[in-house]
Design a binder for this molecule. Sequence first.
Ligand SMILES: Cc1cc2nc3c(=O)[nH]c(=O)nc-3n(C[C@H](O)[C@H](O)[C@H](O)COP(=O)(O)O)c2cc1C
Length: 188
Amino acid sequence: MVRDFSAEMVDEASLTMLLDAARRAPSAGNTQGTDLLVLEGRECEAYWEVTLGAERRTTFRWPGLLVAPVLCVVLVDPTAYVQRYSEPDKRHSGLGVDEAAWPVPYWFVDAGAAAEAILLGATASGLGACLFGLFDHERAVLERFDVPAHYRGVCTIAIGHPGDDARASRSTLRTKRSLESVVHRGRW
Ligand SMILES: Cc1cc2nc3c(=O)[nH]c(=O)nc-3n(C[C@H](O)[C@H](O)[C@H](O)COP(=O)(O)O)c2cc1C
């Protein structure tokens, strides 16, 4: 994750490549229930106005995050999944009844896969990206940008050219777990 950006724009072809990678991410039942709200320029400013008041912005720990030229809000439509799984080839799963029937809500899994495609694509093309949550601003952001009310806002990804201030966040200071501690071959 990059939390400090230069003001340099992301060229349109690179941005389209990242967004298209997200479009082609895997999805349960090929539901494709993920949408991308892409904000630039004054729209980014409006995003920060909703999520981080002017007062808080003056003391925000990551001022370089606020200049990212692109913000991509990853949205999902849970109702599309319920609808898809009520179709004849999926009806036997019982997941077409309602959202509560899903032991694992695959719309969030699919949003994660789409987000990862953007993160990997950004890194591979020399750009920087940072995924962060909407937390208690989810509804306000969706309303501000006219997203239909049945969508969920899963996360926002800042995209741009990395700046010079590559300070680690507190989370980043946690070392990565070793491969041996993560992988359980054959049994736990
Ligand atoms: C679901 C999710 C939520 C995250 N939320 C935030 C966040 O709100 N703010 C932030 O600075 N980083 C956030 N991160 C980034 C993590 O802190 C980061 O991935 C982790 O520290 C590992 O660092 P690396 O991705 O640079 O290897 C989030 C990552 C994920 C996957």
